[in-house]
Design a protein around this ligand. Sequence first.
Ligand SMILES: *[C@@H]1O[C@H](CO)[C@@H](O)[C@H](O)[C@H]1NC(C)=O
Ligand SMILES: *[C@@H]1O[C@H](CO)[C@@H](O)[C@H](O)[C@H]1NC(C)=O
Ligand SMILES: *[C@@H]1O[C@H](CO)[C@@H](O)[C@H](O)[C@H]1NC(C)=O
Ligand SMILES: *[C@@H]1O[C@H](CO)[C@@H](O)[C@H](O)[C@H]1NC(C)=O
Ligand SMILES: *[C@@H]1O[C@H](CO)[C@@H](O)[C@H](O)[C@H]1NC(C)=O
Ligand SMILES: *[C@@H]1O[C@H](CO)[C@@H](O)[C@H](O)[C@H]1NC(C)=O
Ligand SMILES: *[C@@H]1O[C@H](CO)[C@@H](O)[C@H](O)[C@H]1NC(C)=O
Ligand SMILES: *[C@@H]1O[C@H](CO)[C@@H](O)[C@H](O)[C@H]1NC(C)=O
Ligand SMILES: *[C@@H]1O[C@H](CO)[C@@H](O)[C@H](O)[C@H]1NC(C)=O
Ligand SMILES: *[C@@H]1O[C@H](CO)[C@@H](O)[C@H](O)[C@H]1NC(C)=O
Length: 607
Amino acid sequence: MYLTTVKIFVILMVSITNICSIWTDAVPNPAVRSVPRFRPVVPRQQLPTLKKVEILNWAKAQESEYDSTEAMLIKNFTYSPLQYHSTWQGNTVHPLRDAAIYAVALLDSEDNGMEKRAFDVLRKILLLQDTKNDSKTYGIWQYYLEEPLEKMSPPDWNWADFIGTQLLQVVINHHERLPTDLATNMATALIHAARSIQRRNVGPSYTNIAVMGAHVTLAVSEIYNITDLHQYALRRLRMFANYTKENGGFEEYNSPSYTVVVVEELGRLRMHAVVPEAQQLAAELYYIAWKEIIDHYHPSTGQWAGPHSRSYRTILGDGHVRFLKRSMKNELDPRLPLPVPDALKPIFLSNTTIPHTVINKYAKGVPNTRQDLIGTTYLDVSWTVGSINWGEMWNQRRPLVAYWTTKGKTSYFQLRFLHDGNDFSDAQFFSVQKQGQILAGLVLATDGGDKHISLDKIKNATISAADLRLRFEIGGSDATNASVTIPIIANPIKLKFGNMSLQLAMPSIHFDNHSTQYFNVTRGKDHVYIDYILFNGARKNIQLDTLKAAAVIVAAQFSNGESPWSQTMTTLQGDLTQTKWQDLCLAIQTKPSTVAQLRKTVKYGCQ
Ligand SMILES: *[C@@H]1O[C@H](CO)[C@@H](O)[C@H](O)[C@H]1NC(C)=O
Ligand SMILES: *[C@@H]1O[C@H](CO)[C@@H](O)[C@H](O)[C@H]1NC(C)=O
Ligand SMILES: *[C@@H]1O[C@H](CO)[C@@H](O)[C@H](O)[C@H]1NC(C)=O
Ligand SMILES: *[C@@H]1O[C@H](CO)[C@@H](O)[C@H](O)[C@H]1NC(C)=O
Ligand SMILES: *[C@@H]1O[C@H](CO)[C@@H](O)[C@H](O)[C@H]1NC(C)=O
Ligand SMILES: *[C@@H]1O[C@H](CO)[C@@H](O)[C@H](O)[C@H]1NC(C)=O
Ligand SMILES: *[C@@H]1O[C@H](CO)[C@@H](O)[C@H](O)[C@H]1NC(C)=O
Ligand SMILES: *[C@@H]1O[C@H](CO)[C@@H](O)[C@H](O)[C@H]1NC(C)=O
Ligand SMILES: *[C@@H]1O[C@H](CO)[C@@H](O)[C@H](O)[C@H]1NC(C)=O
Ligand SMILES: *[C@@H]1O[C@H](CO)[C@@H](O)[C@H](O)[C@H]1NC(C)=O
């Protein structure tokens, strides 16, 4: 594999909340005035021979997928109803991003026999860019050759960043090998992409794209000497750094899917930034990103401890596992070296095996609106559990997740809330945690998202449903052996895996039509679902704002050996359900309300 870092999932790059444009002083000027001259201000990479051989082997392994008629790779494709942006339903695609990565590899291999093909692929990619400066999709690319931008729903502006990044690798490292016409067209395409990024101007809360766009605009402005673009890129980077430091961390916090993207993009920025200020900011942000990873790396499971803002699978994929293991051993990819900063190495080496709690702040609270966003992670020797103090039950979130190891194998526990089998973003999650004890409250909102937090908003406070359930999901090697005995409500479900004990209870369930509710356990090959069914029956419209109650309290206790269970105390206090459990106390609204109102009224700790 030439990608010693991580193969990124590319289809789900939608902003977590608001793609607001808040860089105040951007002056988009998309016209490419004259053909810019390339300046070799960024040092080109010298790859070791072994690496070049590895890259060449990877490129050769793609041979069966190369379609010379289109000068692109052709890939099998499986339609997923959860995909965003693309509505393509065919069996194969020619993906532009894969083509760009392939072209970079062909050139990086330094194999002369591969050069012509690389140029063919690049020419093809350039042809597919929207270069009409008055077009809405100016400067971007479609995903697939077979699906033009106007067929996409909606087009993905991130492709200016993702394709731009790859084209930059080509001009920085191989400019002198490009035929004159191609060199000129690459410059024009990169400037179109950079101007598109500037015109779109995403805000600093959209972490991975905020960084990627800063890198593309900065590098393009440096190598083609575009003064106003350079000033824009620096302002954007300054503002992103300021925003991140003021908040305490990245808004797309602790994300196996995106913190790695951020490390990679900051790694590129570190390599390519020319002016000292940009180098300094890149180094500071790079440290913050790595600190997040080191804080949550759990050595005995090899997993990335929760809570996660965005994740596509609960157990890390092979690419991420390799990336973490190699980084910890300081085995770096010469194409994109991403060393753990020296200052963080002692923390990693010294005490990650001593039980400890990591508490991180990810967003500043807004008075009378919402509290600070805080992640709590407890790391014991063989297990770890993490939770976020407020969030949603979207399928990319892991607001409460635990990992453990028995006999060298990893398993996980994850809390989910499902609407007709899909994770229900509308369910709002709140929690307090002390070591292995977590007290969580879930309540439905009247205006949240359904399958997706922002692209699929609930309309008119009404959902159509045949099933609503809370799920305690256990997955991984221990799932098949988990013996589950369903207790009477309020007594804990007791599970034991190796030395770790997990006890779970639902001390309080305020949900309309309580009498139809029950536990149901389903076993699969590598999971066991302990579901608490809140509603199951003939499909009907549920008008959320007329429900008197839609709140559930969950108490979870992880411990070494079975520690005693102490009962919770729940009281209704006006509109709030307050639960006290040993040192933990949480009060959430009982009745559905707007997301904003639920976040405003939650109380952490007893008054
Ligand atoms: C793509 O699909 C074809 C036909 O189903 C199959 O023969 C081929 O192995 C698949 N290729 C890959 C890379 O999965
Ligand atoms: C598009 O580019 C043309 C030619 O450079 C320029 O005259 C025109 O003003 C540009 N339009 C916009 C909307 O920027
Ligand atoms: C970069 O652009 C500025 C302003 O357009 C110009 O003064 C300067 O000479 C250029 N530098 C190089 C190295 O071309
Ligand atoms: C961020 O910007 C604000 C306003 O300009 C300033 O007061 C603050 O000190 C900056 N914070 C950091 C961490 O640079
Ligand atoms: C771990 O070590 C770091 C640096 O040596 C220190 O700041 C931190 O407090 C330690 N954490 C624990 C839980 O001991
Ligand atoms: C919203 O739902 C209510 C109650 O079912 C209904 O009376 C109203 O017409 C709906 N409004 C819209 C815009 O669908
Ligand atoms: C699961 O149960 C089987 C059969 O009882 C046993 O051989 C295996 O070791 C168990 N696995 C774990 C992870 O405990
Ligand atoms: C688990 O318990 C066994 C037996 O009590 C003990 O030998 C082992 O060290 C424990 N493992 C951990 C990781 O605590
Ligand atoms: C509860 O029952 C009432 C009356 O049967 C019905 O109108 C309402 O929709 C039910 N609520 C839920 C959540 O099923
Ligand atoms: C309950 O679990 C059984 C399997 O244990 C499954 O067949 C059934 O569909 C489940 N019922 C519901 C309502 O999920």
